[in-house]
Design a protein around this ligand. Sequence first.
Ligand code: MUC
Ligand code: MG
Length: 369
Amino acid sequence: MKITAIEAIPFAIPYTKPLRFASGEVHTALHVLVRVSSDDGIVGVAEAPARPFTYGETQESIVAAIRTLFAPRITGMSVMDREAIHAILDRTVGNPTAKSALDMALWDVIGKTLGQPVTALLGGFSDSMRVSHMLGFAEPAKMVAEAERMRDTYGITTFKVKVGRKPFKLDVDVCRALREELGADIELYIDGNRGWTPSESLRALNAMADIDLTLAEELCPADDVLGRKWLVEQCTVPFVADESATTPGEVTRALLGGAANAVSIKTARTGFSHSQRVLFQCDGLGAEVVMGNQIDGQLGTLCTVTFGAAYKSTTQRAGELSNFLDMSDDLLAEPLEIVDGKLFARQTPGIGIEIDAGKLAKYRLDDGN
Ligand code: MUC
Ligand code: MG
């Protein structure tokens, strides 16, 4: 079970509908496919999404970190030596999506070698998750139409609404229109990507007090330390830390410091191994979790549901598993399907990723060697 080769393959797939939010926008999925081969002839696969506006990584930096820093140091180790491998990766600070893709590709090798689904190895709690769809910035009528299409086509009834625009009236109008047009049965929550100040956040929450929001995520920066604590104390729904709590240590600081009382878990940035740490920490401290979306493609989404379906507390809420629907194409040979508002984890050995070789050849940005 020794690692014999590690590849980092940059690829680009355009979105048919770009996602816009307070901290940035994404028009093209500039991701990196990570492949780890073992001496048993097994290949594990995962993807790293470049999100410079959140983690500072670019597609080029992810490829460089894997090829020049990580691959030379862990090639030759056993795929079972995950803790030792992470200790080596963590000698380099940052690079969360590069490290996480490596971690998940290693789990994929382990699952395939053992002939077991990774979701079962992780926890095996359930076979699927309810899906939440993330609505990016647009005019209220367009966001309502998108939510209706998601509900009518895929049976999705939970929506995360991107907010954080200034002034906040447009965001309030959107949330109100969604509630009025889609009715009481849908679940709505908001994510500000740090776009508002603490006081703007509270005024916006008050203006939406009758809309029955279920979560409020990253409405203002966590560095607004006292203001954020003041906001969280007054917020009547769980306040979710997302990009401000991307490591177990940051999660502890956020929860104990009053900067949040719920946490978004994203396998794109904590892989499976560190997502376990974050989840168990939240379970132990009694903080709710939500499986978040790093604007993942189908590979990343499959990783999210592989982890999210595996545990009781990650299945309590719908996971953010649908934004790959906005991509013009993807690399999976067997595409993901959302049916009746649910997405299933794959019960085949490993994560269940099979790459379409033709599509990889079409979208990869390197020379293929
Ligand atoms: C989210 O939940 O914030 C947008 C920025 C980012 O880091 O992730 C996405 C979705
Ligand atoms: Mg977020």
